[in-house]
Structures are given as structure tokens and as C-alpha cells.
Write a protein that binds this ligand. Structure first.
Ligand code: UDP
Ligand code: MG
Length: 263
């Protein structure tokens, strides 16, 4: 039987953890149980609530559930990376803990992976009405800029809800990038990629922990790590400054020794 690893980064999701676990089990029983095994890897990203205890309860009663516990909050990108590093499946699917990534899409992910021999299947969000204006507007500008400057093709609204084949997981695990944007690195790797469109649900419980400021920081990291453009701007700026100061130096030199400006 093939095994699917479901990777769930979670930060302060005590109420959502039992919900998503149950939803996955129910979905599995419906159509997948005969053909596929699964493991769920919860990566606790330094939660301050009872998330760890909730995950431990599940680990105790179901050996398919695993816990990776961080010493502090490192952010979702690093949490997802740790999950990918430790998963054992023939494919992995990463998804948010808050049930915004619909669990009933899991069979379609797996079905397309098998049928179309897709190596990276990317969940792409159709616009969500629940997002704030700032988030939608900021997102649009971010993708416009990224499309202009990035060396990697960027799909707007692409999410972290995605499936990776074992081959991609192994390639990903060889990378040593530190300032990571997981999905950008996956895009950079190439492989046979396809898109799966979905409508994001509302967050089930709790509050989204990505503030506008944190999203802005993430956008800047994406631009720096996925494009040479900022580096080029810095280089040209440096060259420009050297050039201008050189000219000024020459003028001052001539002024001092050769010219007697009398305006
Ligand atoms: N998350 C995480 N570390 C963080 C922030 C968020 O692991 O520092 C997880 C969170 O628990 C959820 C996913 O990343 O499973 C998406 O976070 P959230 O719902 O806050 O963000 P959204 O993308 O919905 O705005
Ligand atoms: Mg969310």
C-alpha cells in the first residue's frame, strides 16, 4: 500500500487539531482507506496554547499521528520544511491546520498524482470573499512585482496546500537554503507541475496569526530569495554612487589646482 504523509504546521491551533484529525480520518474512510495508508505529521511551531497536549493525545491513540515540536516559534515556512524533512510517504500533502484548505480535496490530490503522474500538484485559491481589502490588494501588487522580477514562474494565489511526489521531497531535502520560502523553493525545483483550483474555507477556530506586517516581511523575503533583481538594484546603485563620487572628485581636483572659477 502506498503511504501519504500529511504535513500540518500549527501554531496555537488547540481547537483545530482534533477537528482536522477527525476530518482527515472521515475523508480517508470514504474513499481512500483500501488503497492508501497515511501518516499525519503535526509540526508544532512553538505554540503557547495547549496544541502540544492536543497532538500528544492523538499520538497516544493513533500511531499514524506524529509530532515534531519546535523550541520556539520559527514561522510556517520552517515548520513545513521540517515536516518535509521527516515524512516517510510516497507523496506528501501539506495543509493548514485551520481547515481553510478543504479536507475533501485530498482524494482529488491523490487521484491526480496517480493518474497524471504529477510530481507537484499546487492548490490554487480562487478569490476568497473573507479576506480583507489590504490582503487582497497587497497580494495583487505582490504578484505583479514578483512576475516582473522573478526568475521562477509564479502562479498568483498559489498556496501551500500542495502535494509533492517522493522524488521532489528528496530533491527538496538536499537544499540548504536558510531564508526559506518553501513554496518558492518548490517552484524553483521544477518537475512536472499541475494546478488544482479550490475555494478556501473560513478558518474554523481561532485567529489567523499572520498579521499584515508579518505578511509584508514574508513578501520581502520572497522577493529577495527568489529574484536577483534586488541584488542587481543594489549593485547598480553602488556603481552609480562610485561614478558620481568619482566625477565630483575630479571636479574638486581640477578646481583646486587648475581653475580659478570667478563667477
Ligand atoms: N502557522 C505556523 N507558524 C506561524 C504562523 C502560522 O505554523 O508562525 C501555521 C498555522 O497554524 C496554520 C498555517 O500556518 O496552520 C497558516 O496560518 P494562518 O491561518 O495564521 O495564516 P493564513 O494563511 O490563513 O493567513
Ligand atoms: Mg488560515
Amino acid at each position: 500500500m502506498k503511504k501519504i504523509s500529511i504535513i500540518i504546521p500549527s501554531y496555537n491551533e488547540e481547537k483545530n487539531i482534533p477537528l482536522i484529525y477527525t476530518a482527515i480520518c472521515v475523508e480517508w474512510k470514504k474513499s481512500l482507506v483500501d488503497k492508501y495508508d497515511f501518516e499525519i505529521i503535526f509540526v508544532d511551531d512553538g505554540s503557547q496554547d495547549n496544541s502540544v497536549q492536543e497532538i500528544e493525545k492523538l499520538v497516544e491513540k493513533d500511531e499514524r499521528v506524529k509530532l515534531l515540536e519546535f523550541s520556539r516559534n520559527f514561522g510556517k515556512e520552517i515548520a513545513t520544511t521540517a515536516g518535509i524533512n521527516h515524512c516517510q510517504g510516497d507523496a506528501c500533502i501539506m495543509m493548514d491546520a485551520d481547515l481553510q484548505h478543504p479536507v475533501n480535496l485530498l482524494p482529488e490530490f491523490i487521484h491526480r498524482w496517480e493518474k497524471e503522474k504529477v510530481e507537484v500538484l499546487i492548490g490554487v485559491r480562487k478569490n476568497s470573499k473573507s479576506d480583507s481589502f489590504i490582503k487582497r490588494f497587497g497580494g495583487r501588487i505582490f504578484y505583479k512585482i514578483m512576475r516582473m522580477i522573478s526568475e521562477v514562474p509564479i502562479v498568483p494565489q498559489a498556496t501551500d496546500y500542495r502535494l509533492l511526489d517522493r522524488e521532489v521531497i528528496d530533491a527538496f531535502n538536499k537544499m540548504t537554503e536558510r531564508n526559506r520560502i518553501t513554496r518558492g523553493l518548490i517552484d524553483w525545483l521544477g518537475f512536472k507541475r499541475r494546478l488544482l483550483y479550490f475555494e478556501a474555507d473560513e478558518r474554523a477556530e481561532g485567529e489567523a496569526s499572520y498579521s499584515t506586517f508579518k505578511l509584508f516581511k514574508l513578501a520581502i523575503t520572497s522577493m529577495i530569495s527568489l529574484s536577483l533583481f534586488p541584488l542587481r538594484v543594489a549593485s547598480y546603485l553602488g556603481l552609480g554612487i562610485i561614478f558620481v563620487s568619482g566625477i565630483l572628485g575630479i571636479i574638486m581636483f581640477l578646481d583646486r589646482y587648475f581653475f580659478d572659477w570667478n563667477f
